[in-house]
Design a protein around this ligand. Structure first.
Ligand code: LLP
Length: 463
């Protein structure tokens, strides 16, 4: 996946002889603004603060582990995507990155739309007042019940992912006496430079309908003949945590090629294209993500150029950023437990969470940064591995990190850039309770997703 997810360089501890890690940062107390939420800073005592609140106070009030989300930063990022694309395009926040009712309200207020991909996400969106017409419904295996609920609610679009689904959605819409606006998700055959598990536009995987072999054209043919469907456009999502725009360029070229073929065959110019999400964020100082205005400019130019060449009117563009909006806005705060130096290797720092609140390191070999949060220290850097409390040796939160040599049980450490795909992929492994998400803004902190309790766990266990 990104440079940070594939630590192929000299930071990869496992392939290097002892002592050959890249040099520790000169100042372990410094905070690289690339990876931290906008309002995170150190106060005069050196304690990390977010939204003006000291993390020791936050830990006392909300416990650890916990995700702290900078609401102003979230809103600013959402707004900057919205502004960058302007009124001729639509921004759908991808709810899978992290969704809660508060987030839905912020998105609504900031003028964004929402991409959901399950009945649960749809229910969350509707219950927080997102207008149904601003919702896109995704998924490679939507159930009949989910489709029915989406059509009944009046979602703005359903993104069709298979031939079977084309028929299924058409039938349900007809049964309900309506015409459902739909897009068809195609796979354009692009190899996105990202981790295999989150690349989605090559042909040998479960999403979308391949452009190759005329399958996408055949899907369009069928959709155009069904009364229950109003085909509004073509969708392509090439993968996630991508820095290189060339994949989007190829995707746009091929999607526009299909629009041209559709015009030539059916005399219809589809009015919309969706280029999905997937823009990368900084997990470490080595990552250099692009700003929304650069992305908007690049994508708009590509589509306009391709459409001009095909003599098509430029369709309305939509995008679906998830990680790029929420990822950088939160950090996870942990309390340090056992500190175990292993001679000649590294020091294992155990925290009170782990793979249940951040599965990304175990699943994608993702890289993260970490900082001592409850104080500053002038102690020598020590090479650490931050690990969780689960019964797995793969339970790693930060694979290679330098922390001060005087780190001790009771210290608080913070892992930045955990806003996306951490709480949303959290589990109850080992019956560990999922942490809360606390939104912080202007000196005030409020729980937006509460901590799970043992009662919650036992309530499900009805045997
Ligand atoms: N649109 C569609 C159709 C998607 O499938 C996704 C992500 C997005 C938009 C948003 O992508 P983003 O902008 O957040 O990259 N769990 C993995 C990422 C899986 C992404 C799944 N689809 C991770 O933690 O890296």
């Amino acid at each position: 996946m990104s440079r940070s997810a594939h630590p192929a360089g000299p930071r990869h501890a496992d392939v290097l002889p002892e002592g050959q890690y890249s040099a520790p940062p000169t100042d372990l107390n410094a905070l690289d603004s690339k990876v931290w939420a906008e309002t995170v800073t150190r106060d005069t005592d050196g304690v990390l603060t977010v939204g003006g609140i000291d993390v020791r106070r936050l830990a006392e009030e909300f416990g650890t582990p916990a995700y702290f989300l900078d609401e102003d930063d979230f809103r600013a990022r959402a707004r900057s995507w919205r502004t960058a694309f302007g009124d001729d395009a639509d921004v759908f926040y991808a709810g899978k990155a992290f969704l809660s009712r508060a987030v839905v309200r912020w998105l609504h207020e900031e003028g964004l739309n929402l991409d959901v991909c399950s009945g649960g996400e749809l229910a969350t969106a509707l219950s927080a007042g997102m207008p149904a017409e601003r919702i896109a419904f995704h998924g490679n295996n939507k159930s009949t019940d989910e489709i029915r609920r989406a059509v009944e609610a009046g979602v703005g679009r359903i993104v069709l992912d298979s031939f079977q689904e084309i028929v299924r959605v058409a039938h349900i819409a007809q049964e309900l006496g309506t015409r459902q606006r739909v897009q068809i998700r195609i796979t354009v055959g692009v190899e996105a430079h990202t981790h295999e598990f989150i690349a989605t536009a090559h042909e040998d995987q479960k999403f979308g309908i391949p452009l190759a072999g005329g399958q996408a054209a055949e899907a369009v043919r069928r959709a155009l003949t069904l009364d229950g469907l109003e085909l509004i456009g073509i969708h392509s999502h090439i993968g996630s945590q991508i820095f290189d725009m060339s994949g989007f360029e190829v995707a746009a070229h091929r999607v526009v090629g299909l629009l041209r073929d559709i015009r030539d065959e059916h005399g219809v110019e589809l009015p919309e294209i969706d280029l999905g999400g997937g823009l990368g964020i900084a997990y470490t100082s080595d990552d250099d993500p692009r700003e929304p205005h650069e992305i908007a400019k690049a994508l708009t130019e590509i589509v306009t150029r391709e459409c001009d060449a095909a003599r098509l009117a430029t369709p309305r563009i939509s995008v679906e950023p998830g990680r790029a909006i929420v990822g950088p806005t939160a950090f996870t705060l942990y309390e340090v437990g056992t500190v175990k130096p292993l001679d000649g290797l590294r020091t294992y720092v155990s925290v009170d969470g782990g793979m249940s609140d951040n599965i990304r390191t175990a699943l994608y070999d993702a890289e993260y940064s970490v900082a001592l949060a409850s104080r500053v220290s002038e102690a020598e850097p020590m090479l650490c591995r931050v690990v969780g409390k689960h019964c797995e040796s793969g339970d790693i939160v930060v694979k290679d990190a330098f922390l001060p040599g005087d780190l001790a049980p009771g210290d608080l450490i913070a892992v930045p850039a955990t806003g996306a795909y951490c709480r949303s992929m959290a589990s109850n492994y080992n019956h560990v309770l999922r942490p809360p998400v606390v939104a912080v803004r202007d000196g005030e902190a409020r729980v937006i997703v509460r901590r799970e309790t043992e009662e919650d766990l036992l309530r499900l266990d009805v045997g």
